[in-house]
Design a protein around this ligand. Structure first.
Ligand code: PEP
Ligand code: MG
Length: 752
């Protein structure tokens, strides 16, 4: 039977149409199992029923009509119990419900399996026979296997096919690109000129073609200039660097040189742009690093902008009368900039990732965004949408009750962001007078997040690998020093903690590929840099050189798992400091020896804290990796995302142990994983005794607000109560109530 099973699965998964796939499955299953009937019922939440979606054996005209309400019939029972039911004579079962239009009178025995995808019941797969008999075990397992395969096909088809029907309403799932909720009409954008539409042509006037290219270049450059100017004056002023990246590509001699060479070879300006951009897009797309892969979108957008200028010389700015939700296959940062802020409610894109420039910009501007919804969007035009940037869901034409609920949420959010803005200049201090340091995690959007963020007390984690990822080779010592100095000077008088290179795992350098079976357990962070002292020394020297006369640098080591790594790193830091300090041009005592700390993110360190304490000046807890490694759950794997829990009892115990040891050894401690920026997370940490938190820019204000609403003595009691509960849900509930009592219940959505 294995062969038949494999064949059915292959055929069904190969089919591009769900109805076709289901018809094929029931026909083949009936044959393979030698039964009299095979049917599929699909769950319809809207009708509160299971609808007969395919059958080979029941009346064909009942397909698409006959339905069994939830909680009724044996099909309903299977859906409810989420388990297989095997009956020798179904008609005598108390739940049996006769479906007259399906004409199932003749069938006696019944075997049904729920079709479950990611814990959600999508339907029921049934085989029936005229003869009274119990189905055998191997038939049961055959059906269960088929149902599990069918679940994936249905889930995928539902998501893909839904938009084809003009009256469809429901939920599409993507990635949460930028937090917040927005309700509005869809405005589907398409580029006026796409690279793919251009047919490469030759011309015999290269000089004229170069002149056309020059003109288009000037125009696009001016366009970007004016966008940058607008942004400089706006709340997201720091995002101006994104436009500089575009201008940098425009002026890149290699990129432009290739286009000019193509023109010299006889191609028209448009063809040359198309050819060169498409080659670069292919190169970027093939890169394994997600940040660099996203640069393909930047090149595509620039190419299309240049082409638009070449073809439609009079292309004016986008005119919108009403605020909209921008929906597009791919959204670029300049496209966002073209739409006045008060006309842009949210973003929805088929392509993109959390690292794309558009998404980074959306976060900086506070525009909710859902990305990575794999659809073509034409049919969404003018439909009412709800963009839930917390969960990554897009609700299309939501029903009234859902709409009402979301409207309430939006109103609550607006109220809350007004509230948060009121604490910008206030001290981060609890109601009982305990001072809390709120620092910034930076580096992911490198230059964009690094603004003079006056709400933050400094930089708690600068992820130096990000600037490394944006290049095509290792940056030189001077290049690094210039970059680090910019950051250190931006925060003069405030501490900046620079973490040494943390590549490996999911962070790859395009020019230093590491191929491993198990990269998160492999050559990552300090393990790699200690094996390459030449890279490590250059980075340490660059940091030290950058700190001359500023005195706000501390250095942190990632992925430390044993003490020898710290000792070896300390020796290299000593050497780097001696060598840089002795250089001509450096004032005696011009470079202060920085404090050196480690990330606590590999669980082995939890058991070595007493020995670690004398070796370092501070430590900082990386809850992202600590959770991943303690629970053995990949932090980037959506399939296990529901069991990745930074408030798991084991993680809580580890966090308590770290704070206890920090006190015992008088070691400064901070938290720099995502937990510090989460509302419940920060309350738990405050209760445990943590006083220093580093988080993304977007979280600082709300965490400051929460801190200012809390009392440590109360939180300690809340923690005691929460710990008395056995389940994580109840644990969180206790802290959730604390937030609700302070009018901050709305924040919990973000935490979920
Ligand atoms: C962490 O692991 O919690 C952390 C802050 O480091 P990263 O997310 O860069 O691995
Ligand atoms: Mg980490």
């Amino acid at each position: 039977m294995l062969k038949e099973l494999r064949e059915i699965v292959e055929r069904v998964t190969a089919s591009s149409d769900l109805n076709e796939a289901m018809s094929e499955l029931v026909r083949q299953t009936r044959d393979a199992m030698q039964v009299d009937c095979c049917s599929i019922y699909l769950r319809r939440d809207l009708d509160q029923a299971y609808l007969l979606a395919a059958t080979d054996g029941l009346a064909p005209e009942a397909v698409g009509h006959a339905q069994i309400p939830f909680g009724e019939g044996i099909v309903g029972l299977i859906g409810e119990k989420e388990e297989l039911i095997n009956l020798a004579d179904a008609q005598h079962h108390p739940s049996f419900k006769y479906l007259p239009e399906a004409q199932e009178d003749a069938f006696k025995s019944f075997l049904g399996s729920p079709i479950i995808h990611q814990r959600k019941t999508l339907g029921v797969l049934v085989v029936q026979q005229k003869q009274v008999r119990l189905f055998e075990e191997k038939e049961e397992s055959f059906l269960v296997t088929l149902a599990s395969q069918l679940a994936t096909v249905i889930a995928h088809a539902e998501a893909k096919g839904n938009l084809k029907s003009p009256n469809w309403h429901g939920v599409l799932r993507g990635l949460a690109g930028s937090p917040g909720v927005a309700i509005g009409k869809a405005w589907v954008w398409q580029p006026r000129v796409e690279l793919g539409q251009v047919k490469p042509r030759k011309a015999d006037d290269p000089q004229q073609q170069q002149a056309r290219l020059d003109k288009a270049l000037r125009q696009v450059d001016e366009e970007l200039d004016s966008m940058a100017l607008r942004f400089k004056e706006s709340a997201a002023g720091e995002s101006v660097a994104i436009f500089e990246v575009y201008q940098y590509i425009l002026k890149d001699p290699v990129f432009m040189g290739l286009i000019r060479e193509d023109i010299e070879r006889g191609w028209t300006a448009g063809s040359a742009i198309k050819r060169v951009c498409e080659k670069q897009i292919a190169q970027f797309t093939a890169m394994s690093d997600p940040y660099l892969r996203e640069r393909a979108a930047d090149v595509r957008d620039l190419g299309q902008r240049l082409l638009t200028r070449l073809i439609h010389e009079d292309d004016g700015p986008l005119a919108l009368s009403e605020p909209v939700i921008l929906v597009a296959d791919e959204i670029s940062a300049p496209l966002i900039a073209e739409i006045p802020r008060d006309k842009l409610k949210a973003l929805v894109a088929a392509k993109g990732s959390i690292n794309s420039h558009a998404t980074i910009l959306a976060r900086a501007m506070g525009i909710p965004a859902v990305i990575g919804i794999d659809h073509s969007f034409e049919l969404l035009e003018d439909k009412t949408l709800i963009v839930d940037g917390y969960s990554g869901e897009l609700l299309v034409e939501p029903i009234t009750s859902v709409l009402r609920e979301y409207k309430r949420l939006v109103a609550e959010e607006e109220q809350m962001s007004e509230l948060f803005a009121t604490v910008r200049q206030e001290r981060s201090e609890t109601q009982d007078g305990v001072k809390i340091s709120l620092l910034l995690n930076a580096g992911l959007s490198a230059d964009t997040e690094i603004a003079m963020n006056d709400a933050a007390d400094g930089v708690g984690l600068f992820r130096t690998e990000i600037p490394f990822m944006m290049r095509d080779r290792f940056p030189s010592e001077l290049e690094q020093a210039a970059n680090y100095r910019r950051i250190l000077t931006s925060y003069t008088g405030k501490p900046v903690c620079m973490r040494t290179l943390d590549v490996g795992g999911d962070k790859q350098l395009p020019y230093f590929p590491i191929v491993e079976e198990n990269p998160f357990l492999g050559w990552r962070g300090i393990r790699l840099t200690l094996d390459h002292p030449e890279i490590f020394l250059v980075q340490l020297k660059a940091m030290l050189r950058a700190s001359e006369g500023i005195d706000n640098l501390s250095v942190m080591l990632p992925m430390v798992g044993n003490l020898d790594e710290v000792r070896a790193a300390r020796r290299l830091l000593d050497r780097a400091w001696r060598e840089v300090s002795a250089e001509p041009g450096i004032a005696p005592d011009g470079i202060r020896y920085p404090s050196l700390g480690v990330m606590i993110e590999v669980p082995s360190l939890l058991y070595q804290l007493p020995e670690l304490a004398p070796l370092v000046d501070f430590w900082s807890v990386g809850t992202n990796d600590l959770t991943q490694y303690l629970l053995a759950v990949d932090r980037n794997n959506g399939r296990v995302a529901d069991i990745y829990d930074a408030l798991h009892p084991a993680v809580l115990r580890a966090l308590q142990q770290i704070i206890d040891h920090s006190r015992l050894y008088a070691k400064p401690v901070s938290i720099c994983g995502e937990l510090a920026g989460e509302p419940i997370g920060v309350l738990v940490l405050l209760a445990m005794g943590y006083r220093r938190f580093s988080m993304n820019n977007s979280n600082i204000m709300r965490i400051k607000y929460i801190v200012r609403q809390s009392r440590i003595d109360e939180l300690q009691k809340v923690l005691q109560e929460a710990l008395s509960h056995k389940h994580t849900g109840a644990f969180k509930g206790v802290f959730g109530r604390y937030l609700e009592e302070r009018g901050l219940g709305g924040l919990l959505r973000a935490g979920n």
